[in-house]
Design a protein around this ligand. Structure first.
Ligand code: GLN
Length: 484
């Protein structure tokens, strides 16, 4: 059952070949059997899951329900879930039980999906390897000595290992696409504003966007359909109609124009990764796509720009965790100042503290103009680069990551090496455009991802291209040994 697509699962449920309770129990059993080796869940919620599954079965028995009714999924622990611990991978929130549901949690519940539990993640979504979680590192099912990518590494490992059919995830600078690439999944980060951020714990508010990790573009299309849409509770949510993603999947690719930016194929790209991406280009060409070179000259500035903007926003967002209102509170503080200092010092891990310090620095008087304001200007230039590219092409294609999954601990003491991992993913967040990663081969036995970046609200086209590619290839069907 854990190898079936969401569409097949839905057909199986409707035809009564199995019930949602059986399907849910099957995944809970797989979590119990395998997750000790992966650490992909922070919290498993079997009672909530079985109650939701029973409700789904009742709906299905009455001939009701939609394409997601009764299908299990994992929620990244960044989304508030009423009555369930929502830790955001941090000691700071380890005892926080959310009093309300995030909009996407409400929406997926309403679509009949069954929440299996809360997926592990880098602390406050800061990381590229899922090694900064207070709950311990997540391991890559393709090789447990390797990282699964971050920050949505728990979501990715769970789906890749067949512990959940799909998972929610978030992407501030690559945290959906990079784990997708490293674990052989399809991951989509929608346009900024397409999916509500209400109830999603904020890291860098102008960059954060929720999306999906799934085993195919078709699976991702179904889940994204249920998540997308305007939310009056999120002032940055965009009020424009949502396309029918599953209906758009079957369009042939003839005439599609894809741009190849030189900057994505420059120095630093591992040759084994490059040849897989070139294989994907050839296959898409055979399917009818046309290619041309484009230039995104400011793309190399995206990492330094992001690592000013994101920490600046993080330092402001994380100011709310002061030990007074909620979150970790230090014992026996003698003064208010000591309470703040010790609560934050004890509650936040090293990477989060580093971001808060950088962010506070770039926002402080005297440095604001030199760093923060300058970064905002460069951000605009990066956006303009994409705008220019989309005047001549429909999509832009490049690798998702420079390398395959690296060893746990390999980049632990070198934050800059870790930040450089995001070189191909960050520009899309700075520009606000949608981007998707899909499997395109293996190098050294580890998965490689290819990335599609689209114009604003062009998610349907990106899923369409990925689906057509997946009809002609079987990379996405490979499963990690031991988890088949
Ligand atoms: N790796 C990036 C960071 O550490 C992006 C993380 C994300 O997308 N949440 O900030």
């Amino acid at each position: 059952m854990h190898n079936l697509s969401i569409k097949e699962l839905s057909e199986g449920l409707k035809a009564k070949r199995f019930s949602s309770r059986e399907l849910t129990q099957h995944h809970l059993d797989r979590i119990a059997r395998h997750d000790w080796a992966l650490n992909s869940f922070i919290t498993v919620t079997p009672e909530r899951a079985m109650a939701q599954a029973a409700a789904a079965d009742a709906q299905l028995a009455a001939g009701a329900g939609g394409p997601l009714t009764g299908i299990p999924l994992a929620q990244k622990d960044i989304f508030c879930t009423r009555g369930v611990k929502t830790s955001c991978g941090s000691k700071m929130l380890d005892r926080f039980v959310a009093p309300y549901d995030a909009t996407i949690v409400e929406k997926l519940d309403a679509a009949g999906m069954v929440m299996l539990g809360k997926a592990n993640m880098d602390e406050f979504a800061m990381g590229s390897s899922n090694e900064t979680s207070w709950h311990g590192a997540v391991r890559n099912p393709w090789n447990p000595g390797r990282v699964p990518g971050g920050s949505s590494g728990g979501s990715a490992a769970a789906v890749a290992a067949g512990l959940a059919p799909a998972a929610t995830a978030t992407d501030t600078g690559g945290s959906i696409r990079q784990p997708a690439a490293l674990t052989n999944l399809t991951g989509i980060k929608p346009t900024y504003g397409r999916v509500s951020r209400y109830g999603m714990i904020a890291f860098a508010s102008s960059l954060d966007q929720a999306g999906v990790l799934a085993r195919s573009a078709q699976d991702a299309a179904y889940v994204l359909q249920a998540m997308a849409g305007f939310d009056p509770r999120d002032s940055t949510s965009v009020d424009c109609p949502v396309d029918d993603y599953p209906a758009a999947l079957d369009k042939p690719l003839r005439g599609l124009r894809i741009g190849l930016p030189d900057e994505f194929f420059a120095e630093g790209l591992e040759p084994g990764v490059r040849s897989c991406v070139e294989g994907a280009i050839k296959k898409l060409w055979e399917l009818g796509a046309e290619f041309e070179n484009v230039s995104l000259p400011n793309m190399p500035l995206s990492v330094p720009t992001y690592y000013v903007v994101a920490p600046a926003e993080a330092s402001s967002n994380l100011a709310r965790f002061d030990g007074v209102r909620y979150g970790h509170r230090a014992d026996n503080a003698a003064s208010l100042e000591e309470l703040y200092k010790r609560s934050r010092g004890e509650g936040f891990g090293a990477e989060v503290q580093r971001r808060i310090m950088i962010g506070t620095y770039v926002l402080s008087h005297g440095y604001y103009d030199a760093y923060y304001l300058k970064a905002q200007k460069v951000r605009r230039l990066i956006y303009d680069d994409f705008k220019r590219a989309f005047a001549s092409v429909d999509l832009v294609l490049g690798p998702t990551a420079q390398n395959v999954a690296f060893r746990l601990g390999d980049k632990g003491d070198d934050p800059v090496a870790m930040y450089l991992n995001d070189i191909y993913t960050i520009a899309a967040n700075l520009a606000g455009i949608p981007a998707l990663s899909m499997p395109c081969g293996f190098h050294d036995g580890l998965p490689v991802g290819v990335q599609l970046m689209g114009n604003f609200f062009d998610e349907a086209r990106m899923l369409n291209v990925a689906h057509q590619y997946q009809q002609a290839t079987d990379w996405h069907k490979r499963r990690p040994p031991g988890f088949e």
